[in-house]
Design a protein around this ligand. Structure first.
Ligand SMILES: Cc1cc2nc3c(=O)[nH]c(=O)nc-3n(C[C@H](O)[C@H](O)[C@H](O)COP(=O)(O)O)c2cc1C
Length: 169
């Protein structure tokens, strides 16, 4: 199957049914993240799978009441296990590494017919305390996953010519 149609079809889902995910579905989404590339293949990440309803409620509160976090059966907290490593270009690797993992998970979720949404609007210290995350580590994003209860049109993207150039800026 072509990958591009699935990439084009994927859309952030913010309304979920209460249908649970199978363990195999959850594992395949996580496996996609585990297979993602990372700087120097350091894989300095931890994916915390949250299914407990009370903990999900706590995540929702930490995320300023974004209700779809408790509607969806699973939220994965994507955390880094190293906040210092810089790539040879001088930039921190962890936001890049975790973004690749999230992107791979998003695409696997799409392939499974599931819905997902990245969430970064949260009070990090509350999530750390809820999930016993060491103070020195970072929660880069939450990934909410479940069965979609809406079918929004994918938002428009800038046209090809605006974002791509050849040989120079
Ligand atoms: C780095 C990043 C942070 C995001 N944070 C949030 C968020 O806190 N809450 C939310 O509802 N969506 C969040 N999103 C989802 C974006 O709003 C969404 O990807 C964007 O509007 C494009 O829509 P699409 O995913 O449907 O293509 C985030 C996406 C990214 C990549």
């Amino acid at each position: 199957m072509d990958l591009l149609p699935e990439i084009a079809r994927r859309v952030s889902i913010r309304k979920y049914s209460d249908e649970p995910l199978s363990d195999q579905q959850i594992e395949r989404v996580l496996e996609a993240g585990r297979r993602a590339p990372s700087a120097k293949n350091r894989q300095a990440w931890r994916f915390i799978v949250v299914q407990d309803p009370d903990t999900r409620k706590g995540l929702e509160e930490a995320a300023f009441g974004q209700e779809y976090i408790t509607e969806a059966p699973v939220t994965v907290a994507l955390c880094t296990t190293n906040i210092e490593y810089k790539m040879p270009n001088g930039q921190l690797s962890y936001p890049v590494d975790l973004s690749f993992a999230a992107a791979f998970m998003l695409l696997q979720a799409e392939h499974e017919g599931l819905g997902a949404c990245v969430v970064t609007t949260f009070r990090e210290h509350e999530i750390k305390s809820l999930l016993s995350i060491p103070y020195s580590m970072r929660v880069v994003m939450l990934l909410v996953v479940g069965h979609p209860d809406e079918a929004p049109e994918p938002p428009a993207r800038h046209p090809f010519k605006r974002v791509v150039s050849y040989e120079h800026w």
